[in-house]
Write a protein that binds this ligand. Structure first.
Ligand code: C6P
Length: 414
């Protein structure tokens, strides 16, 4: 198997870029400037090689075969589970459930724990900056159970009102489901304090870590969250694999999600007994290749160093924010005190989509629109934003290209 270290241990953004073959491509005859990392990050060679190694070297189904290939595939799959456990500092590998992504992880909790524990008159609290994936599953559950969905308001600068949150918590609150880093604003929410407050009220907490897992140090034991969900494709890993962390005692008490192979211990036509954690929640042949390659992505982050990455990304955000603020007519949406490396903005007299198209003509990839946060856009009374989101391989020169590109775009649109 390939060894995955393709970069120098010291943080050197130009060396890091060499590990990402896609960054060398041209778009519309211009070098690609990829600033849509919050949607999905690009993949280092080590991740691409891990997929290739599996399919060319030891493709087999896992947990069931006794032949060599099956044993190798099972070992690599379980090594990935261990790598995830270490990455988020879970207490045990039994608490790590592989899913398709954040959305599936949240739905798993809504359909299992939610169906068992939420009843008529109970309350679930979400926030005004949630992604649709952390709104709709709770809405469906509340509608079905005649429970109440409450929403923490968002302040003008894009933070959560913690005073309002305290007031929303009651003895009827069963669950708080909150995003750690907003994909539309960049806000880093104080989830540790929010979890402590929820626990005091007797509620459990699910953290949507889709945007935080790649930028922040995650320690689920220190946070004391009950569930934590994230996606592989946003942490430099493949699409189609994600993680749901849950505290062991809670997962053990929850009913099963999907029925089928791997999640059973014994089946008769009259009765089925279920497998132990985490297999109880992994019915059917899983996404073996992508799960194995997820370990390569986490190794890549660990080798580079999260603290170094964060320092680099904070520098990019500060520089981009300063430059953007100098553009006449541009308003940044989301000015929280603590932000991850993404910036959302609108420009007077222009539509975000037109800006996105004209930037793409210059080889610059940003995301435009509502970012799957329609209620948040409504809160700010805007149809959407332009969002530039930075990763460890972005450079200050790319920020300059964004700014130059925006000046050109505004001229074209005026
Ligand atoms: N946000 C974005 O461009 P999935 O699709 O399951 O991997 O992740 C869903 C999800 C959940 N929560 C948050 C905070 C997210 O940012 C996302 C995905 C992408 O912002 C695609 S809409």
């Amino acid at each position: 198997m390939t060894t995955y270290s393709t970069i120098s241990p010291a943080f050197d953004v130009y060396a890091i870029r060499q590990a990402f073959p896609i960054l060398g491509r041209m778009v519309k005859n211009k070098p690609l400037v990829y600033l849509d990392n919050a949607a999905t990050s690009q993949k280092p060679l080590s991740v691409i090689n891990a997929l290739n190694d599996y399919y060319t070297g030891y493709n087999a189904n896992i947990h069931r075969g006794i032949h060599t290939l099956a044993e190798e595939a099972t070992a690599a799959y379980e090594a990935s589970r261990y790598a995830v456990k270490q990455f988020i500092n879970a207490a045990a590998t039994e608490e790590i459930i592989f899913t398709r992504g954040t959305t599936e992880g949240i739905n798993l909790v809504a359909y299992t724990w939610g169906r068992q524990n939420v009843h008529a008159g109970d309350e679930i609290i979400i926030s005004g900056m949630e992604h649709h994936s952390n709104i709709v599953p709770w809405q469906i559950l509340c509608n079905e159970k005649h429970a109440v969905l409450k929403v923490i308001p968002v302040t003008e600068n894009g933070e959560l009102s913690l005073k309002a949150y305290q007031e929303l918590l009651t003895d009827k609150t069963k669950l708080v489901a909150i995003v750690q880093v907003s994909n539309a604003l960049g806000t880093v929410n104080p989830v540790k304090e929010m979890i402590a407050a929820a626990h005091q009220a007797g509620a459990l907490v699910l953290v949507d870590g889709a945007q935080s897992a790649v930028h922040l140090d995650i320690d689920v034991q220190d946070l004391d969250c009950d569930f934590f969900a994230f996606s592989g494709h946003k942490v430099y890993g493949p699409t189609g694999v994600g993680v749901l962390y849950g505290k062991r005692a809670i997962l053990e008490d929850m009913p099963v999600f999907q029925g089928g192979g791997e999640m059973i211990k014994e089946v008769t036509f009259e009765h089925t007994t279920y497998n132990e954690l985490p297999y109880k929640y992994e019915a059917g042949t899983p996404n073996i290749a992508d799960t194995i390659a997820l370990k390569a992505a986490l190794d890549f982050i660990n080798t580079t160093g999260k603290a170094e990455i964060r320092k680099h990304e904070v520098g990019l955000l500060a520089y981009a924010t300063e430059q953007l603020e100098n553009i006449p007519g541009l308003t940044i949406i989301g000015k929280a005190r603590e932000k991850a490396s993404l910036v959302s903005f609108v420009i007077k007299g222009t539509h975000p989509q037109d800006i996105g198209i004209l930037l793409d003509n210059q080889g610059i990839a940003v995301r435009t629109g509502h970012h799957c946060c329609q209620p948040l856009m409504k809160r700010f009374d805007i149809p959407g934003t332009v969002r530039a989101s930075f990763a460890l391989y972005n450079t200050m020169e790319e920020v300059d290209k964004l700014i130059t590109g925006l000046h050109k775009t505004i001229k074209m649109l005026s």
